[in-house]
Design a protein around this ligand. Structure first.
Ligand code: ADP
Ligand code: MG
Length: 202
């Protein structure tokens, strides 16, 4: 289990994204629980999720909760993000890239954080397409998070974006995470604490 966690959750901070740590900010969290409860069905029907909404609203936390809960049930989950994937692919020789992408499909659930950073680089667009298309063809579920709006995903600027987003939209049920900005709230609390601390010392 701890091996599944350390390999599958590529960012250490994700280990804290658990239902136990849910502070109830996000009214959509019951959908995350439902996804875990009905995992066998999701797998069978190749149903993924598309978590979209503004920054700081809890998309990564939501997806991380699913990852942790399924890993605790012994399901291998890989959660990573597009920035990391692009960095890795940039460093790999082209013949090694396919193997790296294939390895991601050894996981019955793949979670890719932050779709949309590929924006206008041709290399990035091609690699993101390869990752998404390869997952699509593997017939296994994919969960994606993005700061793009559903309307941006449905009305892509060009064919290069369309062929990525069309595949995501075909397999991933869109779910709007429409919270207040929790990150900003947290930062504000911290700033107030720091202010109080320094005020006391002054
Ligand atoms: N339901 C929740 N319970 C407790 N903390 C949360 C919850 N949702 C988000 N957070 C915290 O709020 C901050 C922003 O959430 P994050 O998931 O990173 O947002 P996003 O991925 O949408 O930008 C993070 O510090 C995260 O841990
Ligand atoms: Mg995020």
């Amino acid at each position: 289990m701890s091996r599944l966690k350390s390999v599958g959750l590529q960012d250490k901070a994700l280990q804290d994204c658990t239902f136990e740590n849910d502070k109830g900010f996000n009214p959509e969290m019951d959908r995350a629980r439902a996804y875990v409860e009905r995992w066998e069905e999701m797998l069978e029907s190749n149903t993924g999720l598309l978590l979209w909404g503004d920054v700081g609203t809890g998309k990564t936390f939501f997806a991380g909760c699913i990852a942790n809960a399924l890993i605790e049930r012994g399901v291998p989950v890989l959660m990573t993000n597009f920035a990391r994937i692009l960095n890795t692919l940039t460093d790999l020789r082209s013949e090694e890239r396919n193997r790296f992408i294939d390895e991601m499909n050894e996981y019955p659930l793949l979670i890719l954080d932050d779709l949309g950073i590929e924006r206008n680089s041709e290399f990035a667009l091609e690699q993101v397409f390869n990752v998404v298309d390869s997952r699509y063809r593997s017939g296994q579920p994919l969960i994606v998070t993005t700061n793009l709006t559903l309307s941006e995903l449905k009305n892509p600027a060009d064919l290069a974006h369309a062929r990525i987003y069309d595949r995501v939209l075909e397999r991933c049920v869109p779910l709007k995470i429409n919270n207040r900005n929790i990150r900003k709230d947290n930062a504000k609390v911290q700033m107030e604490r720091a202010r109080a601390l320094f005020a006391a010392k002054a």
